[in-house]
Design a protein around this ligand. Structure first.
Ligand code: ADE
Length: 245
């Protein structure tokens, strides 16, 4: 997979992509991530990327020309026929694990980090395929949102994680993960649940599933509506609900 990230602050993103799993994926050739400085696509002495809004008002707006030229250049240099152009903005579709999985199938994506008060509307209407938001809050720019999207997508690429790791975790199916423990088995009088030390894999799997159900009921009951549950699991949840009330 190839990911180009267009930004006026490449420095913000250098750190996150140079560490840990993303770095390993890049070193292994699973992903190629390019930070593209939008100012490289300006033609004036001041390398101006923004301007005052027509009609007046607060703040600056990212100009269309450098963004169009950057995307067109990256398009021309792409080996892939149709790179997906994504704008990070609080107005976009909410990012979640489903969208991460969808993006993980793409050969080449171009992420545009919005800044200032906004981006010229013609970028949205004529350049961008999709707008993505990482949540209902406003960041100073799209860079941290791009880091979140890249992280969530790259870890899903084949060979980056052990297969079981991504299959087993929260949001693969819409239940929260069960609790995890490691050594020591007793820490400050807090004990690891004995079933996990029992070596009985059937019992352990059952306990974990029930813990997942219980946690989801407590923290994200909305997710249970979408979950594909066995009849006995529904009964278990009904019992829990009765105990709670
Ligand atoms: N830019 C500013 N806020 C954002 C958000 N919540 N998601 C994506 N991009 C953003």
């Amino acid at each position: 997979m190839k990911i180009d990230v267009i930004t006026i602050f490449p420095g913000i993103l250098e750190g996150p992509f140079k560490e840990s799993m993303i770095k390993r994926a890049a070193d292994q050739g699973v992903v190629e991530i390019n930070l593209v400085d939008l100012r490289d696509y300006t033609h004036d002495q001041h390398r101006q990327v923004d301007d005052y809004p027509y009609g007046g008002g607060y703040g600056m707006v990212l100009k269309p020309e450098p963004l169009f030229e950057a995307v067109e250049d990256l398009n021309n240099r792409s080996g892939s026929a149709n790179p997906r152009v994504i704008l990070l903005t609080p107005q976009g579709r909410r990012f979640d694990q489903h969208l991460a999985r969808e993006l993980a199938e793409i050969e080449h994506m171009i992420l545009i980090c919005g800044r200032y008060e906004g981006v010229d509307e013609r970028v949205r209407t004529a350049l961008v395929d999709e707008e993505i938001s990482i949540g209902d809050f406003v960041l100073t720019g799209g860079e941290l949102a791009a880091a979140v999207v890249v992280d969530a997508v790259v870890r899903l690429l084949p060979g980056v994680l052990a297969e079981e790791a991504s299959a087993d975790e929260s949001f693969t199916e819409p239940l929260l993960e069960y609790p995890h423990y490691t050594r020591p088995s007793v820490y400050r009088d807090m004990e690891v649940p004995p079933v996990l030390l029992s070596g009985n894999h059937g019992e352990i799997a059952r306990w974990r599933r029930r813990q997942s159900l219980q946690r989801t009921l407590e923290k994200r009951p909305d997710l249970l509506e979408k979950a594909d549950l066995l009849p006995e699991e529904r009964i278990y949840l009904e019992d829990l609900k009765k105990k709670q009330s």
